[in-house]
Design a protein around this ligand. Structure first.
Ligand code: GDP
Length: 437
């Protein structure tokens, strides 16, 4: 496959906001060599960090720093790439960016453009590009692990493996169609076809069942604190958040809205919600808060039902989430009260590690970051399309129709990775069978 040549050379500050210890400016495209020659005098050795004086075209020293040169195609984008590791000040980065921008044919990169070029040049597929975006945004350990798998091509290898298997089947039936009179092509029974398609459907089913886990890793596990007014919901919420995010007061019914924070518990992203107290009231504002609390609980994965030594308050119907019975203000009660439940105190912090462990344990049960997973609705849709076409295979004994279903199944996977390529099908046909035509 020939690489599409991008006319512009792009550059950007690839490291984070300044000032910082180091600023990394990345350049990619056909003028990269020229950029290096103009700023450092001579090309450094490939793929080695070399200390250089870096001067503008007018000969003014900009900084001294490390320069790394990657020759196409062995670079992130597949193009010629250079990296300048400079002192991380705003003035140094500005001077360097201005100096590169002064070269005709060099322009600032658009967001994601380096990765887009890497994709266009076949350095990574769409799922790896998405994984890379997730890795950059990862805030929790599980997000990092999940994103790393996908960014290093695990998803791609899986989908390409399936696509390859489908293309092989397709090759067999196409050969049957095209060269049925030749006698040197084995014929494929419908049963064998359905058997192979069935195996693939099983693998896709299994893989799709992991989407729920991937969603929790990416979007977070939702925990909602509910209970009657004054039971200590806001105090516990604040204790868990370790900052004063909710109003804590002794007057009943003051947390009238829903407050949300994001926490990392046991390496998992957890969205914790504090809600208005569930109680009978005529106050219209409080009623809205209570309604929101009920809805938050209904959309959650875990409800922490707080009680203050009293028996558990009956929860609104329709809450499907798991319910964790937690007795609060443990410092005020003797140990006998709520002895079978989790006992916490927001004043002393007693029981809070156990509560966090109980939450982490529940997320652990749902999350699996040990295998490649579909992480986006787009992945699920494409896999479902592929599965639908595979299910159609064999429903008729018509080779032409079966070939079409296989082609559509393979195309769905090809769109998923962005590696759709009809050449593959032709190659598979002609490399497998030495028909000699
Ligand atoms: P909410 O209405 O359920 O959000 O309850 P708050 O968090 O506002 O707490 C109501 C009152 O109980 C406040 O005066 C808190 O200081 C007090 N409180 C909350 N948790 C504890 C606790 O664990 N121990 C003690 N001793 N007091 C608490």
């Amino acid at each position: 496959m020939s690489l599409p040549v991008q006319a512009d050379t792009i550059f950007a500050l690839s490291s984070g906001s300044l000032p910082a210890g180091v600023a990394v400016i990345r350049v990619s495209g056909p003028l990269t060599k020229a950029v290096l020659l103009r700023h450092c005098g001579a090309l450094p050795a490939e793929r080695k960090a070399v200390l250089r004086s870096i001067a503008s075209e007018r000969g003014e020293l900009i900084d001294r720093g490390l320069v790394v040169w990657f020759q196409s195609p062995s670079s992130f984008t597949g193009e010629d790439v250079a990296e300048f590791h400079l002192h991380g000040s705003i003035a140094v980065a500005d001077a360097m960016l201005a100096s590169i921008g002064a070269i005709e044919g060099c322009r600032l990169a658009e967001p994601g453009e380096f990765t887009q070029r890497a994709f266009l040049n076949g350095r990574l597929d769409l799922t790896a590009a998405e994984g890379l975006a997730d890795l950059i945004e990862a805030r929790t350990e599980m997000q990092r692990r999940q994103a790393l798998r996908n960014s290093t091509g695990e998803q791609e290898r899986l989908y390409e493996g399936w696509r390859h298997a489908i293309v092989e089947l397709l090759a067999l039936i196409e050969a049957e169609l095209d060269f049925a009179d030749e006698g040197d092509v084995s014929s494929l029974s419908v049963e064998a076809l359905v058997g192979t398609a069935g195996g693939l459907i099983c693998s896709i089913d299994q893989h799709l069942s992991r989407y729920a886990s991937a969603e929790i890793v990416r979007n977070g596990y939702r925990v909602v604190i509910v209970g009657p007014p004054n039971v200590g919901k806001s105090s516990l919420f604040n204790h868990l958040v370790q900052r004063d995010a909710a109003i804590v007061t002794a007057i009943a019914g003051t947390t009238r809205d829903v407050l949300e924070v994001e926490l990392s518990i046991g390496g998992h992203r957890v969205i914790l919600t504090d809600t208005a107290g569930l109680r009978q009231t005529d106050d219209p504002v409080e009623l809205i808060g209570i309604d929101r609390a009920r809805r938050a609980a209904m959309g959650s994965d875990l409800v922490i039902a707080l009680r203050d030594g009293e028996p558990m308050h009956p929860l609104a119907p329709g809450i499907e989430a798991e319910i964790l019975d937690v007795v609060t203000k443990a410092d005020l009660h003797d140990a006998g009260i709520g002895s079978g439940s989790l006992r916490v105190s927001s004043v002393t912090g007693a029981g809070v590690p156990e509560l966090l462990a109980a939450i982490a344990e529940r997320v652990d049960r749902l999350v699996d970051v040990e295998e490649a997973v579909p992480t986006r609705r787009r992945h699920v849709n494409a896999l479902e399309t592929c599965r639908r076409h595979l299910r159609n295979v064999g429903s008729v004994r018509d080779t032409v129709l079966n070939a079409e279903e296989l082609r559509l199944a393979a195309a769905a996977l090809g769109r998923l990775t962005g590696r759709i390529d009809v050449e593959d099908i032709l190659d598979a046909v002609f490399s497998r069978f030495c028909i000699g035509k």
